[in-house]
Write a protein that binds this ligand. Structure first.
Ligand code: IMP
Length: 195
């Protein structure tokens, strides 16, 4: 019998990708499949807190046994780790053009351009909690390049690359991204686990 595992997302694309990676031992379910239609609060000040908040919420309010949720963001050294957990709403709104503009404004004239994307996953499995992390180092450039991807992709060049994430194909980005690294660690763990 397949093990049901809720992914705290409504992004069908993300769900399908992770389902393909975990194989047929697990049946992934989205939030809408368990009739969770509200926004899950994200009030933590760390990625760990926010990821845990998502899974705690499902365990408490939806009596879910097995679930995972992720939280990601961009950390820029010259901005003391901002936008960090506030990446999605750095400018006060979800408007990514405004969020990118604010980053570029605050980075104007800064010599240190180093940054990283980070993802933390919280997984509940049979009452035990696990965390998985992934990150990718890179540089914030001074102009926007590329139209692929989402979020801060047009201003981020991963270490060792010449293209921004937004100039790469989805598969090239996924081969090295923070999210893929964290998901890969969770998938390896799930493949080995005996339930
Ligand atoms: P989430 O936790 O995956 O929803 O990510 C929160 C925010 O971080 C997003 O709204 C984006 O602004 C930013 N972010 C996370 N991952 C990426 C990425 O791979 N590329 C660009 N921006 C990202």
């Amino acid at each position: 019998m397949k093990i049901e595992l809720v992914f705290a997302t409504n992004n069908a694309h993300k769900l399908g990708e992770v389902q393909a990676m975990v194989g047929d031992k697990f049946l992934l379910q989205s939030l809408s499949e368990i009739n969770c239609h509200e926004d899950i609060p994200e009030t933590g000040v760390t990625f760990h807190e926010n990821a845990k908040q998502k899974t705690d919420y499902l365990v408490k309010n939806y009596q879910v046994i097995n679930c995972f949720g992720d939280d990601s963001g961009l950390l820029i050294d010259a901005l003391d780790g901002e936008p960090g957990v506030y990446s999605a709403r750095y400018s006060g709104s979800r408007d990514m053009a405004a969020n990118i503009n604010l980053v570029m404004q605050r980075m104007a004239g800064k010599a240190n351009r180093s940054a990283r994307f980070k993802t933390v996953i919280s997984l509940y499995l049979n009452g035990a909690q696990y965390f998985f992390e992934g990150s990718v180092e890179g540089t914030i450039i001074e102009e926007q390049r590329g139209t692929e991807g989402f979020g801060y992709d047009p201003i981020f060049i991963p270490l060792g690359a010449t293209k921004t994430f937004a100039e790469m194909s989805a598969s090239d980005k996924n081969a090295i991204s923070h999210r893929s690294i964290a998901i890969g660690k969770m998938v390896d763990f799930l493949k080995d686990i005996k339930l």
